[in-house]
Design a protein around this ligand. Structure first.
Ligand SMILES: [Zn+2]
Length: 374
């Protein structure tokens, strides 16, 4: 194992932050996996999972079980981690700009397409190498030119991850079942990951809008395929996903230790570890289109009392919760708009009128375009 560190240029004098990564296995010795947690810096379940994963990787390395390279970034967002306001962590958006830390990653295909075109040829493997080299070059330039620490941090994370075969970005929701977001490009890997980590739901979309970290790795290959695929073979070279490790308060060592073992099982199942004793054996997840998810909204401001739990299968018109206006004493139901699984709900027990309270994942596509929340 080696520890890597890279300094970020600060926006204010006399302060500096660094990103830290741990590399297990040998660089270039086989496939590369990249795992990070805490990009939304108020989400601790995934951060704890990686703390439990690293000793397992270290032991596997010592036992000669590693067949590739695994790069772990245990805290992907030192800027967000330092942001507290109103005595609460504010790690989702950058406080100066309100920019969501997991949106607006660089569009790598746009940066490299013209440069790689004359270098592409009949070998898919050679094309992957050419494109990844171009990603690295573009990101070095982008990082050098970044105008803010946050933009530099986004480029620096991508510098570590852009040439990985597997990219796992660990997040959590407010109150939720284990679920993940993935592109439709590599369904076998998605199914294997769900069965390894015990995800109940996979939300599938090729382009969700907003260019979150996971899609910063999958969309470029799709875009380059669309542009050059009739002339040159370009595979979906990166499997990338956002893993939602349940809810904000689902942070405990026993759960995280099992989650870390499950990640080892996934890594073993896709060729990073030999002689790992377990195979993915959780039940198959529901694989549903992200555009089939619908949000339910508060009919008035007040106190939220839940009837439905995360993971519950619901039908349109079913009462999910009530909202009570304590002044008027009016109690209104919150109804499911569609059939599906209520996979997440808000943490807060007070709400304003019109506020989003929960999401239901259904089978029928209802929306397109910008599908991610702010
Ligand atoms: Zn998140």
């Amino acid at each position: 194992m080696i520890c890597l560190s890279t300094q970020l240029r600060s926006d204010s004098p006399s302060t500096t932050r660094a990103l830290v990564a741990y590399r297990f296995g040998a660089e270039g010795a086989g496939p590369k996996a990249y795992l990070q947690a805490g990009l939304h810096a108020d989400e601790m379940p995934g951060v704890l999972v990686l703390q439990h994963l690293m000793p397992l990787l270290q032991a596997a390395e010592a036992a000669g079980q590693m067949m590739g390279e695994v790069l772990v970034v245990p805290l992907a967002n030192p800027i967000g981690l330092s942001q507290w306001a109103f005595q609460r962590p504010m790690g989702r958006q950058e406080t100066t700009s309100l920019h969501n830390f997991n949106r607006g990653f660089p569009e790598l295909a746009d940066l490299v397409a013209d440069k790689v075109e004359p270098l592409l040829g009949p070998s898919a493997a050679a094309n992957v190498a050419v494109i990844r080299a171009a990603f690295r070059e573009a990101l070095a330039q982008l990082r050098a030119a970044a105008l803010t620490e946050m933009l530099e941090m986004q480029a620096a994370l991508l510098q570590w991850s852009c040439d990985a075969d597997y990219v796992l970005d660990l997040h959590c929701d407010h109150e939720a079942v284990m679920h993940l977001y993935a592109s439709p490009a590599r369904p076998e890997d998605t199914a294997k990951l769900c069965r390894a980590v015990g995800a109940e739901l996979a939300l599938i979309q090729d382009i969700s809008g907003g260019n979150a970290f996971d899609e910063a790795h999958t969309v470029p290959w799709l875009v380059l395929q669309r542009r050059f695929g009739d002339r040159f073979p370009i595979p979906a070279a990166a499997f990338s996903t956002t893993l939602e490790y349940r809810g904000q308060f689902d942070v405990d060592d026993a759960t995280a230790a099992q989650d870390a073992r499950n990640l080892m099982t996934f890594l073993a199942s896709v060729g990073f570890l030999r002689d790992w004793p377990e195979a993915p054996d959780h039940a198959d997840a529901r694989h549903l289109p992200l555009g089939g998810s619908s949000e339910v909204f508060a009919p008035q401001g007040g106190v939220v009392t839940w009837v439905a739990k995360p993971g519950q299968v619901v039908v349109a018109g079913e009462v999910l919760a009530h909202v009570t206006d304590a002044a008027s004493r009016v109690r209104l139901p919150v109804l499911a708009a569609t059939d599906g699984v209520m996979f997440r709900r808000e943490l807060w027990r007070s709400c304003l009128r019109g506020q989003g309270l929960a999401h239901i994942a259904g089978e029928n596509v209802l929306h397109d375009g910008e599908l991610l929340s702010d």
